[in-house]
Design a protein. Structure first.
Length: 163
């Protein structure tokens, strides 16, 4: 069983897949940083809100009172959740959607470029004229210019030789 597992894990496809997962994780970190640190603050400012759009939330239910006092709604989603507020974190959801769309666009462009490069390297295959034909008597392959079959010694019809 160990030998089979070793054979399975050492196949080229598994190594390629492992490399793809690692590179995908690094790529995902870059895209997340782009969305969270560059795009979302710009979108938040454009909408007139805070620069940190990923922390945008709506309080659905206040936090439980502590010593008869309900805490004030904090600035960030994490603080609100920590205090016990029930929140709808729409900013983080929109951020995740934008991240997904950017990753999908990048993958689309990579696949498109790969296919274009593959098409450029593909050479047009020109069909070559046939160099052999079948003997109508013994059905063996013979040279296309033969007038007599070398296997059965039959004389080939003139129209067969002309083809």
């Amino acid at each position: 069983m160990f030998k089979e597992f070793k054979k399975f894990i050492m196949r080229g496809n598994m190594i390629d897949m492992a490399v793809a997962v690692i590179i995908g994780g690094a790529f995902s970190a870059i895209i997340n940083s782009l969305v969270n640190n560059i795009l979302m603050p710009l979108i938040g400012l454009a909408l007139g809100g805070s620069a940190d759009f990923s922390n945008a939330f709506i309080v659905l239910k206040d936090a439980p009172a502590v010593d008869g006092v309900v805490p004030a709604v904090p600035e960030t989603l994490a603080e609100a959740q920590e205090l016990g507020f029930t929140c709808l974190g729409y900013g983080a959801f929109i951020s995740a959607i934008i991240t997904f769309l950017i990753i999908a666009l990048c993958l689309f462009l990579v696949v498109k470029l790969f296919n274009k490069a593959k098409d450029l390297t593909k050479k047009e295959e020109v069909e070559k004229a046939p160099t052999t034909k079948k003997c109508p008597f013994c059905k063996t392959e013979i040279d296309i210019e033969a007038t007599r079959c070398p296997h059965c010694t039959s004389e080939l019809p003139a129209e067969e030789a002309a083809e």
